[in-house]
Design a binder for this molecule. Structure first.
Ligand SMILES: [Zn+2]
Length: 82
């Protein structure tokens, strides 16, 4: 997603999830599907990876618990954009 601060208009992003790829990874499927959706939508608004010890969805790779929400740093960044 692109955001033009001078016009205040957001662009659009197309995020495609491939469940078969997520199913082939380690970890619970539904948890990792939710984590991946959060993760990729986060990238669409400019968020970068946020590896451990943080527990948010911008972590790389499959997870076994948690990691289905944005952390405070991401919420602050997104709220500042919009
Ligand atoms: Zn990523």
């Amino acid at each position: 997603m692109t955001y033009n601060p001078s016009s205040g208009i957001c662009g659009k992003a197309i995020v495609t999830l491939w469940p078969e790829v997520i199913a082939a990874e380690a970890g619970p499927f539904l948890l990792n599907l939710n984590k991946t959706a959060c993760h990729e939508v986060g990238h669409s608004v400019g968020q970068t990876h946020h590896d451990p010890p943080y527990g948010d969805c911008l972590v790389r790779g499959p997870v076994s618990t948690g990691h289905v929400q944005y952390g405070g740093v991401h919420k602050g960044y997104i709220n500042d954009l919009f």
